[in-house]
Structure formats: structure tokens, C-alpha cells
Design a protein around this ligand. Structure first.
Ligand code: UT7
Length: 328
């Protein structure tokens, strides 16, 4: 039996209006624009207001993706939302999005794979479509990390921003679409990047709030070393799986955490700067949303042409990593 080819039919993104600049952060913690730009490449990020939750940004991004795909909401047969900042512990944000969009009776679930979440979502949705479970799937990467960021901790608060990106996946002609994935995790690094309280291990207490255990705790140096390593091995592995070479790659769409991490990956692939999609200078690290927002912006700018080979690659809490080879 011939395998169904599944690709990206439409993209969309949503960003909060409020901009938090490095100059703003200089007034909040002991930091400087010079430090943030030279160590990370980030200049500003978007911050959701108190009324805006992850589902709100997801719905906006999803609507745009559905319009871009030229299908109607009734055609969607699966909703996957990759996030570490769901509206609630439960129900799943994907179910809230499904309801708000008026999508009926489809499977809808959240997945938690840190900043690799969007890649994990794609890797789940593609075989589900191939199995005939759904014709079209909505995969959303969303995070409102500002809601769980400690704005007195300069090690983390300069890095993160909020946003959502969405894609509609569906059948594409032979030779196009997703060629393969590489997913991985190393749970031994879980404590390097975590939110310690609010789950069943440390339920919320007055003490957990006072100890700031409901915000992101990160060992930046360890995550950095891990990221540089897996960005390299994951891209090599996915290329090996699909039988292609580094020289076949037209565009790299990496997770947007730190320009130094992106540059290492770019150099290892031998790509010039204009073949790498970068938006972290304007949005910071949006976790699960970084890759789909970058994909959406580049697509709308007309950067990709039919047949281009895109490599999507990311890493994050878990610790996890993921890479996808996509023939546009
Ligand atoms: O999506 C996954 C999420 N996480 C990541 O991707 C994070 C990966 N890690 C990184 O991007 C980098 O490790 C950071 C940007 C977080 C930090 O950069 P670094 O070059 O690894 O700096 P460092 O942690 O080694 O800190 C160097 C110095 C320290 O001071 P001392 O001990 O040398 O005196 C820090 O206290 O910089 C200090 N520092 C800051 N200074 C000004 C740390 N944060 C700041 C800050 N402003 N915001």
C-alpha cells in the first residue's frame, strides 16, 4: 500500500501586542541590553496581558492557519496543542480551542514536551492522518511563559516571550510533505529546566507560592550544552533517516532560544545566515510557539518555494529534542 504524503497546508500565528524591551528589563533586574543581546541575541519579546491565556492566542493562530489552508473548520479531524502553559491543568487547552473554533467531535489533546512540543505534535499528527483517522489535523504550538516567569530572576526573565503558531496538516502530492522525524528525550536532565510545584509531586501551598516554585527554574549553562549537542545530532539523525545530506538542506527553522545555539547548528550544516529563519531578536524564546511562528512568518514572506527542503529542529524541557525533514 502506498503511504499517504502529509504536509503543511496552511500556517498562522498570534502574538500579544505588548512589547517588553531590554531597556524595560534593565529597570526590573540587574541586567543590560548589551549583556542580553551579546549572550542571547534577544532585543524584545511579547507579553500577554492578564486576560489573555494560551487558548486565546491558539484560537487566533489556528483561524489564520485554517484560512491559509483553504479548508473549513468542519474538515479538521484532530487538534493537538503542544504547551507547557495550558489554560488549566485540565481540561486540555486543545479541547478549549476545539470548542471555540466550532470543531465537532474530533480527537483533541495537549502534549507536554517543552520547547520541542510542536515537533512532537507534528510527529503524532502525521501518522494519525496516514492511518486514516483524520484527513486534516490542526497542530498548535503555544506558550505564555510570562505567566510562569519570575521577573526578579535575571537568569530567566530576559529570555522568554509569549505567542502561538499553528499549522494545518493534510494530504499533499507525492514527493512533498514530511519525509521523517527524529524525536528523543533524556529524562536524567529533567531538573535542569522545570517548574517544581503545582503538580502531584508538590501541590500548590502557601509555601510553594512564597518559595517561587510556580515559576521556571533553569540551569542555563547545562541546557545550553545539551542544546548545542542535540541540535547537531538530531539534524544529522533525521537526514540519515530520510537518506539526504546536509548539502540538500535549503532552510533551517530552529527553536529560537539563543542565537549562539542557532549559529552553532547553522555552521555545522554549512548554511549561510539567510537560509536560517530567526525571529528571537523580536520575540525571545516562545517555547513550543517558536518554530511554528518562525515557519508562519517565513511562509508569509514568501521565503520558501515548492520543493525546498526544510529542517525543523528544537530542544527543551524534559530534556527533549526533535527534528523534522519537510519538503515544502
Ligand atoms: O528553550 C530552552 C530554554 N532554555 C535555554 O535555551 C537556555 C540555554 N542557555 C542559554 O541560553 C545561556 O546559558 C543563558 C543565556 C541562559 C546564559 O548565558 P551564559 O553565557 O551561559 O551565561 P552564564 O549563565 O554563564 O552567566 C554568565 C554571567 C554570570 O555572572 P558571573 O557568575 O560570571 O559573575 C551570571 O550571573 O552572567 C550573569 N548573568 C547576567 N548578567 C546580566 C546571568 N543572567 C544575566 C543577565 N544580565 N540577564
Amino acid at each position: 500500500m502506498n503511504r499517504l504524503h502529509v504536509g503543511v497546508l496552511g500556517t498562522g500565528s498570534a502574538l500579544p501586542e505588548r512589547v517588553l524591551t531590554n531597556a524595560d528589563l534593565e529597570k526590573m533586574v540587574d541586567t543590560s541590553d548589551e549583556w542580553i543581546v551579546s549572550r542571547t541575541g534577544i532585543r524584545e519579546r511579547r507579553i500577554a496581558d492578564a486576560q489573555t491565556a494560551s487558548s486565546d492566542l491558539s484560537v487566533e493562530a489556528a483561524r489564520k492557519a485554517i484560512i491559509d489552508a483553504g479548508i473549513s473548520v468542519e474538515d479538521i479531524g484532530l487538534v493537538i496543542c503542544a504547551t507547557v502553559t495550558p489554560d488549566y491543568m485540565f481540561p486540555a487547552t486543545a479541547c478549549l480551542v476545539q470548542e471555540r473554533l466550532g470543531i465537532k467531535k474530533t480527537g483533541a489533546f495537549d502534549l507536554s514536551a517543552g520547547c520541542s512540543g510542536f515537533l512532537y505534535g507534528l510527529a503524532c499528527a502525521v501518522p494519525m492522518i496516514q492511518s486514516g483517522m483524520a484527513k486534516y489535523a490542526l497542530v498548535i504550538g503555544v506558550d505564555t511563559l510570562s505567566k510562569i516567569t519570575d521577573y526578579t530572576d535575571r537568569n530567566t526573565c530576559v529570555l522568554f516571550g509569549d505567542g502561538a503558531g499553528a499549522v494545518v496538516l493534510g494530504p499533499v502530492p507525492e514527493g512533498r510533505g514530511f519525509l521523517g522525524f527524529d524525536l528523543g528525550a533524556d529524562g536524567s536532565g529533567g531538573e535542569q529546566l522545570m517548574m517544581a510545584a503545582g503538580g502531584s509531586r508538590n501541590p500548590a501551598t502557601q509555601e510553594s507560592v512564597l518559595n517561587r516554585q510556580h515559576t521556571i527554574a533553569m540551569n542555563g549553562k547545562e541546557v545550553f550544552k545539551f542544546a548545542v549537542r542535540v541540535m547537531n545530532t538530531a539534524t544529522e539523525e533525521v537526514l540519515r533517516k530520510v537518506g539526504l545530506e546536509k548539502t540538500d538542506v535549503d532552510f533551517l527553522v530552529p527553536h529560537q532560544a539563543n542565537i549562539r545555539i542557532i549559529d552553532y547548528a547553522r555552521e555545522r550544516l554549512g548554511l549561510p545566515e539567510d537560509k536560517v529563519v530567526v525571529n528571537l531578536d523580536r520575540y525571545g524564546n516562545m517555547s513550543s510557539a517558536s518554530i511554528p511562528v518562525a515557519l508562519d512568518e517565513a511562509h508569509r514572506m514568501g521565503k520558501f518555494k515548492e520543493g525546498d527542503l526544510l529542517l525543523l529542529v528544537g530542544f527543551g524541557a524534559g530534556l527533549t529534542w526533535g527534528a523534522a525533514a519537510l519538503r515544502w
